[in-house]
Ligand binder design. Sequence first.
Ligand SMILES: C[S@@+](CC[C@H](N)C(=O)[O-])C[C@H]1O[C@@H](n2cnc3c(N)ncnc32)[C@H](O)[C@@H]1O
Length: 418
Amino acid sequence: MAEHPAYPVGLRLTGRRVVVLGGGQVAQRRLPALIAAGGAIVLISPEATPSVEAMADAGEITWERRRYTEGDLTDAWYALIATGDGEANARASTEAERHRVWCVRADDADQATAWTPATGHSEGVTVAVLTTDVKGRDPRHTAAIRDAVVEGLRDGTLVARHHRARTPGVALVGGGPGDPDLITVRGRRLLAEADVVIADRLGPRDLLAELPPHVEVIDAAKIPYGRFMAQEAINNALIEHAKQGKSVVRLKGGDPYVFGRGMEELHALAEAGIACTVVPGISSSISVPGAAGIPVTHRGVAHEFTVVSGHVAPDDERSLVDWPSLAKLTGTLVVLMGVDKIGRIAETLMAHGRSPQTPVALVQEGTTAAQRRVDATLATVGETVRAEGVKPPAVIVIGEVVNVGLPAARAPKPSRPS
Ligand SMILES: C[S@@+](CC[C@H](N)C(=O)[O-])C[C@H]1O[C@@H](n2cnc3c(N)ncnc32)[C@H](O)[C@@H]1O
């Protein structure tokens, strides 16, 4: 039976009877894909794992709590035989053969009429890897090939350009805090498919070096803006490139909608009739403290965290932040863009009731090789920033969570910073 390679095919199971014999680990692993394929699944088994039972409770499968009996495979289109009883499995596969039902055998691939490929998905495509020879079956190898292909497609190291589905337009991609591994899978893939990338200074700059030479990389800070505002000039650059039929990625630091002006760009593109997709990113407001060993919440310590922009001082009439109210909160305050103004921010918080002893940490260039953490209190932070020469970009964390981390000797090493 195994002298010829298996013939690969995609079964369209929607509404079709699929019989699964045995409710153990094999069923647990295979059922989600069968459910996703829309099969009318009947599980025949006296027992089932809690996960399989949950699928039955959710109505995703019909569970008959009994052993296999002759006749169960009548009218089935496909069968998965995976009971713990070898003799029952053999009888079931004989029945499947007689009724010409394609069947997978968990205990004896040689006796099966069908094999399950190692499968994975990426952007609307299923990658299925089958071994060609049952005697030389090496499931780990097929799974490794599947992983290599799917992961490569997801992280952009394997580029398969879309020819029909690919539409020109703009993707606003949140690139995360800086470590190139902290961009989303979707963001990385769009980057790999881009013709033009307009990038901010913050974010995963290392990824730009990996782009193929034909990709035009534009530094957003260097777009000339003459009589326009800088943001308007960036919007115009996005629109112009998209109008030339190019795929444009606007690569931003963190998340596009956290002090990232993402919505302004979206509005400008919509006004110009340009299709735009927005890909969320890992915001520095949570990930940078985390990279320095500070959780923004901690049980029994902080039940809230508030992210604030510190780019204008508390007494500046343009400020939209209610600092006196923030001073009354007991939880964590995370201040972005606040290095220059932190002295005045701290004074305002103390003047409205926050203790001068409140711990403060400044995390500069978080998640990059240059990451640096400087600790202070509300009373000392203004002077500490000057004395230590803390420079933007930095995330400032104010609150007791600053002190709940592991001592440096026991803390896990961040993945990138040295
Ligand atoms: C214009 S805001 C953009 C925030 C971004 N959209 C986000 O979600 O992280 C820029 C500020 O984010 C913070 N920031 C971003 N990346 C950082 C990093 N790697 N380390 C420290 N602070 C960072 C700094 O406070 C910086 O001044």
